[in-house]
Design a protein around this ligand. Structure first.
Ligand code: S3P
Length: 433
């Protein structure tokens, strides 16, 4: 069981007002950090994610021989191993980070050496067969512990494959591509539902040749990577909490600048639009093929409408579903979520925890194996929230608490630092009380 260490009191707010620039995107920071550590030369990143997950990636890559330096001005400097990692002296600790564990496994399977990857209690429960299957069909030698971490990898020369993951997953896709990067021949990953494409874009930014079609991505190895300099776009999955908070208050004003708006990540903006929120996107720029821009939203005076998130939408919105579910009671028509079974194998069983905590706040909600129905027109009351040590649950219920009657207590609030250490300070900054 996770033991919650910190509790945070959240008082209701009257409005949301402010202008923010958010720390760098977690998914992009993982990839930039990992590729820089594997590349030749010294890369420099501004606005690198401040979350503990990306620190886990950097610590693992440092144990593998990369030189990592966080300068006083916040710039992260990474000098890479030029394609050949060192044998680490101990286990590689991925902390709470599934992205770190799954992506590094692909990278290391094609290296020489013995590697053991471990994680915290939550990560040690998460499914790892999804990377073992494709890597073993490439000839990799890796053993899991009853389908989970610890993962032991005996690195070896691999062979290229053509693979279609049974469950859409950017982490699995990246794992296979990072193995393919080092493997003679063309490795292809096919996907029926398009997952976030940061790896494809980052690999190209580091000089690799990656081919894409509508539903596949291919890499022909072996290829080498060259250092880059980049500003990491603001994290739209972190922004989701503030965007949803602002959507709850007619008359709110929220402007987020330098926000990552990669189309494979920006689905929340469409969903907010379908709920009646006005979304303006300004100053669009392209940074290493990642779209970056300013987002300004205006909540509808008559309140939020209703929406349904199913099929490919659910997959693309997977990290934003908890917060969307927590604002659903305050809509007029409710929110229906289906095809989101993957939520059950994230940092926690996010369907069970969202349902449990919504009920603690007095909401009516119907749980389904792959989602939930949250009727609208409900006024919630403050409650004690069990975050389950899951950062997105802690932050999502802090948002629900802003519109509740009475105060709420978020147990395990320290987990926000996994992706967004600044969350509570920034929430206090934009919440008018
Ligand atoms: C991520 C992919 C998603 C997402 C996770 C980050 C990534 O997971 O939920 O937070 O950076 O590739 P899956 O690949 O398991 O869908």
């Amino acid at each position: 069981m996770h033991t919650a260490t910190e509790e945070r009191l959240i008082r209701p707010a009257k409005n949301i007002y402010g202008s923010l620039r958010l720390p760098g995107d977690k998914s992009i920071s993982h990839r930039y950090g990992m590729l820089a550590a594997f590349a030749e030369g010294t890369s420099r990143f501004t606005n690198f994610s401040t979350g503990a997950d990306c620190a886990s990636t950097l610590a693992c890559m440092s144990a593998l021989g990369a030189q990592v330096n966080r300068r006083e001005d916040g710039t992260v400097e990474v000098t890479g191993v030029a394609g050949k990692v060192n044998q680490p002296s101990s286990e590689l600790d991925c902390g709470n980070s599934g992205s770190t564990m799954r992506m590094i496994s692909g990278l290391l399977s094609a290296q020489q050496g013995e590697f053991t990857l471990i994680g915290d209690e939550s990560l040690s429960r998460r499914p790892m067969k999804r990377i073992q299957l494709p890597l073993e069909s490439m000839g990799a030698r890796l053993t899991l512990t009853e389908g989970h971490a610890p993962i032991h990898i005996h690195g070896s020369q691999l062979k290229a494959i053509d693979y279609t993951p049974p469950v859409p997953s950017a982490q699995v896709k990246t794992c296979v591509l990072l193995a393919g990067l080092q493997t003679p021949g063309t490795t292809t990953v096919r996907e029926s539902i398009r997952t976030r494409d940061h790896s494809e874009l980052a690999l190209r930014a580091f000089g690799a040749n990656v081919e894409r079609s509508v539903d596949s991505v291919s890499i022909t190895g072996p290829q080498t990577l060259k250092a880059i300099e980049a500003a990491v776009p603001g994290d739209i999955s972190s922004a989701a909490f503030f965007l949803c908070a602002a959507a709850l208050f007619p008359g709110s004003q929220l402007l987020l600048d330098s926000l990552g708006l990669n189309p494979t990540r920006a689905t929340l903006l469409d969903v907010l639009t379908s709920l009646g929120v006005q979304v303006a996107v300004l100053n669009l720029e392209d940074k290493h093929s990642e779209l970056v821009g300013t987002v300004q939203i205006t909540a509808p005076p008559e309140g939020l409408g209703s929406t349904s998130v199913t099929g490919s939408l659910a997959a693309q919105l997977i990290d934003e579903l908890p917060v969307l579910a927590t604002i659903a009671p305050y809509t007029r028509g409710g929110i229906r979520i289906r095809d989101a079974k993957e939520l059950r194998v994230k940092e926690s069983d996010r369907i069970a925890l969202v349902v449990q905590n919504l009920r603690a706040m007095g909401a009516e909600v119907t749980e389904h194996e792959d989602g939930m129905d949250v009727p609208g027109g409900q006024q919630l009351h403050g409650a004690t929230i069990d975050s389950g040590g899951d950062h997105r649950i802690a932050m999502a219920f802090s948002v629900a608490a802003l519109r509740a009657t009475g105060d709420s207590l978020i147990r395990g609030s320290e987990s926000a630092a996994i992706s967004f250490p600044e969350f509570f300070d920034l929430l206090d900054f934009i919440a008018e009380r």
